[in-house]
Design a protein around this ligand. Sequence first.
Ligand code: HEM
Length: 243
Amino acid sequence: MPTELSLRPAAPGARAGRPAVAVLTLTSLAVAAFAVLPYLTSSLDTLARDDVGLAAGYAGAPPLVLAAFYVHVVAGGLALVCAPLQLWAGLRRGRPRVHRWVGRTYVVAVAVGGTSGLVLAPVNQAGLVGALGFGALAVLWLWTTWRGYRAVRAHDVGAHRDWMTRSFALTYAGVTLRLWTTGLVAAQALVLGDAVSPDAAFDRAYALVPFLSWVPNLVVAELVVRRRRRARERPGAVGHPPR
Ligand code: HEM
């Protein structure tokens, strides 16, 4: 049966947005694979010995923290696989059932990933700034996703898109955290050379990413939401009430 989502014509500019959606999809899938798979295919002790990711900080952690860590890594990876699929307008319109089921999986993945992220935030490896930054990210991730889910249950498709745009911007912190960390470490090596050890460069970069990984993403999402709202409210736009 056709639904409101499947009947909506392509928004003006939807085609122009395809390269951006492709980049978001490829980077999300790449991070979901490269950041998550090592934890599912090797023990933490082995990864810690090879200095992979944050394994050294979690090898030997208490069982609750270890459980939260693994649950978080799997749920975060799942959210990162689901989220970009929802951005493809063709899938939303042509296969609304797929959109709905991927969306439900996403909401559950965020609920689990955000709750376990909240457990990890106080014991994170950036200290107080990490507890505040990752903690705020987890709360906003859960809240925006919940609002997006509630909006679509209330058949408010416009609000659903807006809240899910914010939610995806926060999910994408899983990608931007790694891009910022790598970029900041490389920049220090370039500018300071041997004057800074790789460990010190990582610690400095990691002190910034608890906020840097998501605040700019949320600003971009807010700009996208406002631009879309202005387009929706333009007289004669699809869905604009006749005056
Ligand atoms: C957006 C909300 C998220 C929050 C609040 C969050 C929170 C956290 C926290 C607190 C840690 C521990 C950091 C530390 O010990 O210093 C962590 C680690 C991790 N998270 Fe997330 N996270 C989020 C999203 C994601 C996503 C979308 C992924 C998908 C890839 C992900 C995958 C991981 C992985 C693989 C680690 C282990 C660290 C590493 O080796 O890179 N997280 N997360």
